[in-house]
Design a protein around this ligand. Structure first.
Ligand code: GDG
Length: 755
C-alpha cells in the first residue's frame, strides 16, 4: 500500500518538478529580459525629453561659460531620483561640466564599451547605469554633447521582485491546478466505478436497444458491450461449474422432464438416424452409425423417451417400420420411438451431399476446402427441411411440444415449425463450429439460413467463441435486435436465446460387464494385430473426414519415428476410420491421400514383422472402440477444426485404469475443457511428433494425474448435464411464456369487462 502511494506521488511530483524547473530556467529569464527591454525603452524616451528640456538653457549658458548656472541646472535636474548624473563634454571630447555624482570612469564615453543586449547599459562598481547622450548644435556648429546617466538599480530590484512573485504565483497555481485535477480524476473514477458496479449488478442493463443509450453514461458506452459479454461468459462458466458434485444421471434428466417440463412432449429431429437397418445375405442387421451427434443425443433419448424423427437411410429401414413409419429402439431395450422420413436419391443428393456437406460443412470448418453452393442443391435443402418440419408437426400431439433440432442439415426447420406451432419450444443445437461473419457471408442464402435458425427458442453452440461468431453474423446480415449481455436476438418480434452448451458423452454406467477390462483389451488388440505384448500402441478414431487432421497425424507419426529411430519397430499406430460421405469426390480424394501417405510411411519404416501404421477403414461397434481405447498407450485427436470432438472424451471415459495419454488439437471444442491433455497445433508436424514421443515416454504417475483430472471433468460434465441445462433453460422460458400469456388473457378479459 505504502509502495503504491509512493509510486503515485512519485508519478505526480516528478512532472511537477520538471515543469517548475522549466519555468525557473527558461520562462523567468525570458520574462526578465523582456522587462529590462521595456524599462530601457522607457528610459530612452525619458532621456530624450530631459535633454530637450535642458537644451535651451545649455545653449545659452555654455557659450557664456556660466558654470555656476550650469551646476545649478544640473543639480536641479538630478533631484529626480532616477536621473543619477549629468555631464557635458565639448566638441573636443573634454568633460567641461558634471554633477558630483557623475562617475569618473564614464568621462566623455570614449573607449567605453556598454554591455548586455542593450548597448546603452553599463555595469559600474556602484551598480548598472543607463547612459544616453544628446549632441547640442548652435547655428549648425556642434557645441558639445550632453550625457545623461540613469540609475538602473531600481530596475534590477523590480526585476528580482517580479521573478520572486512570478515563481510564487506559478507554484501556487501549479498546486491549485494539481489539486483540482486530482479531485476531478478521483470524482470521475468514483463515477466510473459506480457505473461498472451498476453494470455488474445489472442495474444499467438496458431493456431495449433505445434505452441502452439513455441509461448508460456516455463514457461507459464503448465499454458496455465488452463488459456485458464478459459477464455473460462468466455467468455461463459459473453456471456450468455449479455444484459439479451433483452428478447428472439419466434418472435426474428423467425427473427434470417430469417435474420441470411436466407432461411435455419431446421430439428430436436430425438427419442421421440413431439405428440403421441394413439388408445382408444373412438377413437384416442393425447398426449405430459413426456420428458424434448420435452418440450424444441417443443417450438423452434413452433417458427421456419421446420420438426421434430422422432420415431412414438403411436398405432395411422400410421393412422394419410400422404403418406410421415408427420403430421402437434401441433394439435390445426399446425406450423411445424412431420415426423415419424417406428421401428420394435426388433429394438426398441435393440436400445432404450437396448443400449440407459440400456447402455448409466446409463453410463452417477452417480446413481449407472450398464450399460449393448450387441453386439446385438449395432447392432440395428447402424442400427436405419442409419434409422434416411436416413430420415434426404430424408427430406433435399437442400445440406446445419441446422440439430438439439437430445440426446444420436442418437450419430452416425451426422457422417452418414455428410458423405452424407458435407455442412450441424449439431447441436447436449446432454441432459444428460457427465461422466468423465474413466467412459465413460466402453462403448465397445466408439470410435465409439465419432467419430459419432464429425460429428457435434456444440456439446452442459448443463454445462461447462460436456463439459470439453467430451473434456477430446475425448483427451483420439481418435486421434484428441483439442484447449482448443477455445473449438474445429478437427477430420478427420473437426472442431467441443463444447459448453455449458444451456437449459430452454418457458417463459409462456400471453394467459394462461384457466389455473387456483394460488388461484384457491390451492383450486382445495386440493379439489381433499380431503385435508383441509390450508393443507401444497409438490410436485414432474418426469418420474418414478431411477436418479430422488424419494426414497431419500420420505426418507426426513419421516425424517421430524419424527423430527417434529407437522406437521404430516398437511403436504402432492404428487408425480407425469409419467411411463417411464417400460418394463425394472431396472425400474420395481425401481417402486416396490418407492411403498414399500411409503407404509411403509404411514403406519407409516397415520390416518383415513390423508395420508402423495400420488403417482400419471400416465401421466398428461401440464396444470394439472401447476395447481399442483401453488397449492404447496414446490417443491422437488432431482435428484441423472440430465443434467438440467426442472421441477425446470417450478415450478418457474408457480409461478406468487412469493410464494413457491424450494428444488433443487446440482447434477442438474439447481443448477448452480437457486442459490436462497434451494440447498441440496439428499443422505443426514437429510439435505433434514431440507430443507423441513425450506421451510414449510419460511416467505412469504423470499419466495418472492427468487422466484422473480429465476423468473427473468428463464424469461431471456429461451429456445428461448438457441436455439438462438446455431443457432447464427451455423449461424456464416456457414457464415465463405461460405466465405472460395468462397475464395477457387476464388483461384482455378485464378490458372487455370495462368496455
Ligand atoms: C459432430 C461434430 C461434435 C467413429 N467411428 C465409429 C464410431 N465413431 C463415433 C465415435 C464418436 C463419433 O463417432 C464421432 O464424434 P466426433 O465428435 O468426433 O465427430 P463428428 O461425427 O464429426 O460429430 C463434432 C459432434 O458432432 C457432437 O456434437 O463433437 O465436433 O463434428 O462418438 O465414437 N462409432 C461407431 N462406429 C465407428 O466406426 N459406432
Amino acid at each position: 500500500m505504502k509502495l503504491r502511494s509512493l509510486k503515485l506521488s512519485f508519478r505526480f511530483v516528478v512532472p511537477l518538478a520538471l515543469v517548475l524547473a522549466m519555468f525557473a530556467y527558461i520562462v523567468v529569464p525570458l520574462m526578465d529580459d523582456l522587462t529590462v527591454r521595456w524599462f530601457v525603452r522607457d528610459l530612452e524616451i525619458r532621456s530624450q525629453s530631459l535633454a530637450n528640456a535642458l537644451q535651451d538653457p545649455l545653449l545659452e549658458y555654455v557659450p557664456a561659460g556660466a558654470k555656476k548656472r550650469i551646476d545649478q541646472l544640473f543639480d536641479r535636474a538630478i533631484d529626480d531620483e532616477r536621473l543619477y548624473a549629468l555631464g557635458f563634454c565639448d566638441d573636443n571630447g573634454k568633460l567641461l561640466y558634471k554633477t558630483r555624482t557623475y562617475p569618473d570612469s564614464i568621462g566623455c564615453r570614449d573607449g567605453l564599451k556598454p554591455q548586455g543586449p542593450n548597448r546603452s547599459l553599463l555595469r559600474l562598481p556602484q551598480g548598472t547605469v543607463h547612459i544616453s547622450e544628446r549632441e547640442l548644435m548652435q547655428d549648425g556648429t556642434l557645441l558639445g554633447k550632453l550625457i545623461l546617466v540613469h540609475d538602473m538599480s531600481f530596475i534590477e530590484r523590480r526585476s528580482a521582485d517580479t521573478k520572486k512573485y512570478a515563481i510564487i504565483i506559478f507554484v501556487l497555481l501549479a498546486i491549485v491546478i494539481s489539486f483540482i485535477t486530482v479531485l476531478v480524476a478521483h470524482i470521475s473514477f468514483l463515477g466510473w466505478m459506480n457505473s461498472v458496479k451498476s453494470i455488474l449488478r445489472g442495474e444499467l442493463l438496458p431493456k431495449t436497444e433505445s434505452s441502452k443509450k439513455e441509461k448508460t453514461p456516455s463514457e461507459m458506452q464503448p465499454l458496455m458491450g465488452d463488459l456485458q459479454s464478459l459477464l455473460h461468459e462468466y455467468r455461463q462458466e459459473r453456471r456450468g461449474q455449479e455444484s459439479p458434485s451433483q452428478l447428472w444421471t439419466p434418472d435426474k434428466l428423467k425427473s427434470l422432464l417430469q417435474v420441470d417440463l411436466a407432461g411435455d412432449q419431446v421430439l428430436v429431429v436430425s438427419n442421421r438416424e440413431p439405428y440403421i437397418h441394413t439388408e445382408t445375405p444373412n438377413g437384416i442387421v442393425v447398426k449405430r452409425p459413426a456420428s458424434g451427434l448420435v452418440t450424444a443425443v441417443e443417450a438423452v433419448m434413452r433417458a427421456c423417451s419421446g420420438t426421434w424423427i430422422a432420415h431412414g437411410s438403411g436398405s432395411g429401414d422400410r421393412q422394419t417400420v410400422d404403418s406410421k413409419d415408427h420403430v421402437k429402439v434401441p433394439p435390445k431395450n426399446p425406450s423411445y420411438t424412431l420415426r423415419r422420413v424417406w428421401l428420394t436419391e435426388q433429394e438426398e443428393k441435393g440436400y445432404y451431399y450437396g448443400f449440407s456437406n459440400e456447402g455448409l460443412w466446409p463453410l463452417c470448418h477452417i480446413a481449407h476446402v472450398r464450399p460449393v453452393f448450387r441453386s439446385s442443391d438449395w432447392d432440395q435443402y428447402v424442400a427436405v427441411n419442409q419434409r422434416f418440419a411436416d413430420a415434426v408437426i404430424q408427430e406433435a400431439s399437442r400445440d406446445d411440444p419441446v422440439v430438439l433440432v439437430q445440426d446444420y442439415h436442418l437450419a430452416l426447420l425451426p422457422r417452418m415449425v414455428r410458423d405452424v406451432l407458435p407455442k412450441a419450444t424449439i431447441i436447436t443445437f449446432w454441432h459444428i463450429p460457427w465461422p466468423n461473419s465474413e466467412s459465413f457471408g460466402i453462403c448465397p442464402w445466408r439470410e435465409e439460413i439465419l432467419d430459419g435458425l432464429l425460429g428457435s427458442t434456444i440456439l446452442g453452440f459448443h463454445t462461447p467463441f462460436h456463439r459470439k461468431n453467430f451473434l456477430e453474423t446475425v448483427d451483420r446480415y439481418l435486421e434484428t435486435r441483439i442484447e449482448t449481455e443477455a445473449s438474445t436476438i429478437t427477430c420478427r418480434g420473437e426472442l431467441t436465446q443463444v447459448e453455449n452448451y458444451p456437449i459430452s458423452i454418457a458417463w459409462p454406467e456400471d453394467d459394462t460387464a461384457d466389455i473387456l477390462t483394460v488388461e484384457e483389451s491390451r492383450a486382445e488388440i495386440r493379439k489381433r494385430l499380431s503385435l508383441a505384448p509390450d508393443q507401444l500402441l497409438g490410436i485414432g478414431v474418426d469418420r474418414l473426414d478431411y477436418t479430422k487432421g488424419i494426414v497431419e497425424r500420420f505426418a507426426a507419426v513419421e516425424k517421430m519415428l524419424e527423430m527417434h529411430p529407437d522406437l521404430v519397430g516398437k511403436f504402432t499406430f492404428v487408425q480407425i476410420a469409419a467411411p463417411s460421405r464417400s460418394s463425394l469426390e472431396e472425400y474420395q480424394n481425401f481417402e486416396t491421400r490418407v492411403r498414399a501417405l500411409m503407404d509411403k510411411i509404411n514403406q519407409r519404416f516397415s520390416s518383415a514383422d513390423y508395420t508402423p501404421i495400420i488403417l482400419k477403414a471400416e465401421h466398428h461397434e461401440q464396444d470394439e472402440l472401447t476395447t481399442y481405447y483401453r488397449a492404447a498407450d496414446v490417443c491422437m485427436v488432431t482435428s484441423l477444426h472440430d465443434g467438440m470432438n467426442l472421441v477425446a472424451k470417450e478415450f478418457v471415459a474408457a480409461r478406468t485404469d487412469e493410464q494413457g495419454v491424450l494428444i488433443l488439437s487446440q482447434f477442438t471444442g474439447a481443448a477448452r475443457e480437457l486442459h490436462e491433455a497434451l494440447i498441440i497445433n496439428p499443422y505443426h508436424i514437429e510439435q505433434g511428433a514431440d507430443a507423441l514421443y513425450r506421451a510414449l515416454r510419460m511416467p505412469k504417475i504423470e499419466q495418472r494425474e492427468r487422466m484422473r483430472s480429465m476423468r473427473a471433468l468428463v464424469k461431471d460434465f456429461n451429456v445428461y448435464r448438457w441436455a439438462g441445462h438446455m431443457l432447464l433453460d427451455a423449461a424456464r422460458l416456457r414457464q415465463r411464456e405461460r405466465v405472460m400469456s395468462k397475464i395477457h388473457s387476464h388483461s384482455r378479459a378485464s378490458l372487455r369487462r370495462v368496455q
